[in-house]
Design a protein around this ligand. Structure first.
Ligand code: NAD
Length: 339
């Protein structure tokens, strides 16, 4: 369970537990924390109700996208002295912020570590699905160079619908419009000057490719559902590199079976926490909905890797350590999130 040798400092100010640590995390986080005088304790385990005991008596926990900081976890840790939560990601849907407020726990995130990393990955998903690179790669490895079934379409002149035009969405828009000559239409609650906005039904109706870049919130949960799928163009390509809960997966599967949806690339999945970020290749997958997704030739699934570039990891580490320093030293932290 402990990834590396326990290294506890005598200084209680440095009692920081880093959950869900992979080797690539430690490689960048450890020097970044050390540079600011901290010596955190790295654990492989995710933080959840089952593992919360491991975080007892730590002032700070550092967590990632699938650590589950629900109200039970928060209230337990508050009782044991937890003061700060460091998210090494942008999204904060996995933290009960109301509970944090109630117990006076401050939460800091990394709002922008590399929008390019995620945006470039989303564009990669579009290219892969369109030109069937996932199928072509497997065929060529097996010595099959038959081109039947590999026909794609020119992206140039087609319409891309971007839901969420924040940092990542805007990078995707730049690449698709300037790089490929696509017409881009957008939907966002808070429009940014310079982009073409439509309402959601129009975006669904007109888009050949739809890419999701809004956060997961009560308002956006299942923004892609049976009703919104019904409004899409037949054969639409759907890309989700944002959060799994944006899509009602059962409705998605129905849309794929009826061929309303032409292809889907998912880097995230609504129940990914039991599956992703580990090697499950020798396990029997218990999630039948997820297993069904894996059977479609026009579905690509990756394990929440859109963020994973060297630059993003470096930025995450530096910003997380800086957030830690600001919080522990009572300084202003620009990356606080609150209920
Ligand atoms: P951002 O905050 O810069 O942009 C989010 C945009 O969504 C904002 O413009 C906001 O107004 C809009 N939005 C909010 N609620 C909306 C709603 N109900 N309908 C339409 N638009 C709405 O965030 P970002 O940095 O661009 O990141 C977007 C999301 O990408 C994150 O929330 C996170 O979930 C996801 N993400 C995924 C990965 C990955 O590795 N797969 C990595 C980083 C971020």
């Amino acid at each position: 369970m402990y990834l590396f040798t326990r290294q506890l400092s005598n200084n209680p100010r440095t009692r920081i537990a880093v959950f869900s640590t992979k080797r690539y995390d430690k490689h960048t986080l450890e020097p970044a924390f050390k540079k600011l005088g901290f010596n955190p304790f790295f654990l492989e385990s995710a933080l959840s109700e089952e593992t919360v005991i491991l975080a007892e008596n730590y002032q700070v926990v550092c967590v990632f996208v699938n650590d589950d900081l629900n109200s039970t976890v928060i209230s337990y840790l508050a009782g044991k002295g937890l003061k700060h939560i460091l998210l090494r990601c942008a999204g904060y849907n996995n933290v009960d912020l109301a509970a944090c407020k109630e117990f006076g726990i401050k939460v800091a995130r990394v709002p922008a570590y590399s929008p390019h990393a995620v945006a470039e990955f989303a564009v990669g998903q579009i290219l892969m699905l369109n030109r069937k690179l996932h199928l072509a790669y497997a065929r060529a490895r097996a010595g099959n160079f038959n081109l039947e079934g590999l026909t794609g379409f020119d992206l140039s002149g087609k319409t891309a619908g971007i839901i969420g035009t924040g940092k990542i969405g805007r990078c995707v828009i730049e690449i698709l419009s300037k790089g490929f000559g696509m017409n881009v239409i957008c939907y966002d609650l808070y429009p940014t000057e310079g982009y073409t906005y439509v309402d959601l039904p129009e975006l669904l109706k007109k888009s050949d490719v739809i890419s999701l870049h809004c956060p997961l919130s009560p308002e956006t949960k299942y923004i892609i559902n049976a009703n919104t799928i019904e409004q899409m163009k037949t054969g639409v390509m759907l890309i989700n590199s944002s959060r799994g809960g944006l899509i009602d997966t059962k409705a998605l599967i129905s849309g794929l079976k009826s061929r309303k949806i032409g292809s889907v690339a998912l880097d995230v999945y609504e129940d990914e926490s039991d599956l992703f970020f580990k090697d499950s290749s020798s396990n029997i997958i218990q999630d039948d909905v997820f297993s069904r997704l894996l059977t479609f030739p026009n579905v690509s699934v990756t394990g929440h890797q859109a963020f994973l570039t060297r630059e993003a990891l470096d930025n995450i580490a530096e910003a997380t350590a800086a957030n830690c320093s600001a919080l522990l030293n009572g300084k202003e932290c620009p990356n606080l999130v609150s209920a």
